[in-house]
Design a binder for this molecule. Structure first.
Ligand code: ATP
Length: 236
C-alpha cells in the first residue's frame, strides 16, 4: 500500500506563502499529474512531500500516518523518492559515485542489485560509470537521476519535470522507460509542463494556479485535446 493524502496544505518560503490550502490524493498504485504554469507552485508541493520544506498548516498523510515535517532522509526511508527538476547530479563526482551517494543508506547486496537494474535500464551509464556526471549530456543526466530512483526501490515516486529541455524523442523514451521500469504498484505524482505527455501516462490530474487548486479531473477526458486545460492554467 502506498497512498498519499494532502489536506489543507499551506507552505512557502519564509513569509512568502506559495501554496494556500491544497487538497490532493494519490491512491495506491495510482499515477497522478500535477499541472500548472511556471511558478504555480508544483515543485513546492513535491519539495514539501519529500521533506525539503515544512508545512505551515495542514497535513500530509502517507498510508494514514502524518509525514509533514519529517526529514528528507526519513521520507526516503518510508519509500518516497523524489526525482527533482534540473537533474541535480553532482557534476564533479563520477556516475557510479553519484549513484552510491544517493543511496548511501542501502546495504551492499541491495546496492549491487540496484546497480544491476539501473545499468540494465541505461547501459550508457555503465559505459560512462567512471566519468564525471558534469560531462554527461542533459539526457544522460536525466537517466542518472532516474537510475538513482531505481536503486532506491521506491514505493511512491515524485517526479519533477522529466521532459524539461530534452528532445521530444528522448522524452518519449523516458516515459516508456518509466512505464516499463516502475511496476503498476508504485504510486506516482508527476509534475510536468508537457500536459499531453502527463495526461498520456497518468489516469488523473490536478491543475494549480498561483498556489490554488483550480481543476481536477480524469485524464481521458482531456487526452484528445490537452489545450482544453489552458484556461485553467491561465485563469481565463
Ligand atoms: P516551475 O515549473 O517554474 O518550477 P512551479 O509550479 O514548480 O514552476 P515553484 O517552483 O513551486 O513553481 O514556485 C512557486 C513560487 O515559489 C514561485 O513564485 C517562486 O518564485 C517561489 N519560489 C520557489 N523556490 C523558492 C525559493 N527557494 N525561495 C523563495 N521563493 C521560491
Amino acid at each position: 500500500m502506498s497512498e498519499l493524502t494532502i489536506s489543507d496544505l499551506k507552505v512557502g518560503y519564509k513569509k512568502n506563502e506559495v501554496i494556500h490550502g491544497l487538497n490532493l490524493h494519490v491512491g495506491s498504485g495510482e499515477r497522478v499529474a500535477l499541472l500548472g504554469a511556471n511558478g504555480a507552485g508544483k515543485s513546492t508541493v513535491l519539495k514539501t512531500i519529500s521533506g525539503l520544506l515544512t508545512p505551515s498548516e495542514g497535513s500530509i498523510q502517507f498510508n494514514g500516518d502524518e509525514i509533514g515535517g519529517i526529514s528528507p532522509a526519513g521520507i526516503v526511508d518510508l519509500g518516497i523518492v523524489h526525482v527533482p527538476e534540473g537533474r541535480r547530479v553532482f557534476p564533479a563526482l563520477n556516475v557510479e559515485d553519484n549513484l552510491k551517494v544517493a543511496n548511501y543508506r542501502k546495504g551492499p547486496e541491495s546496492l549491487a542489485e540496484g546497480f544491476e537494474a539501473a545499468y540494465a535500464a541505461f547501459p550508457i551509464l555503465e559505459e560512462r560509470r567512471k566519468q564525471p556526471a558534469g560531462l554527461l549530456s542533459g539526457g544522460q543526466q536525466q537517466m542518472l537521476s532516474l537510475a538513482r530512483a531505481i536503486i532506491a526501490k521506491p514505493k511512491f515516486l515524485l517526479i519533477d519535470e522529466m521532459s524539461l529541455g530534452l528532445a521530444p524523442l528522448l522524452v518519449k523514451e523516458f516515459y516508456q522507460t518509466l512505464d516499463s521500469l516502475f511496476s503498476s504498484e508504485i504510486s506516482l505524482l508527476l509534475v510536468e509542463q508537457n500536459a499531453g505527455m502527463a495526461l498520456a501516462h497518468c489516469s488523473r490530474f490536478y491543475v494549480i494556479r498561483n498556489g490554488d487548486l483550480v481543476l481536477e479531473g480524469n485524464s481521458e477526458d482531456y487526452r484528445d485535446d490537452p489545450t482544453k486545460l489552458q484556461p485553467a492554467y491561465l485563469g481565463q
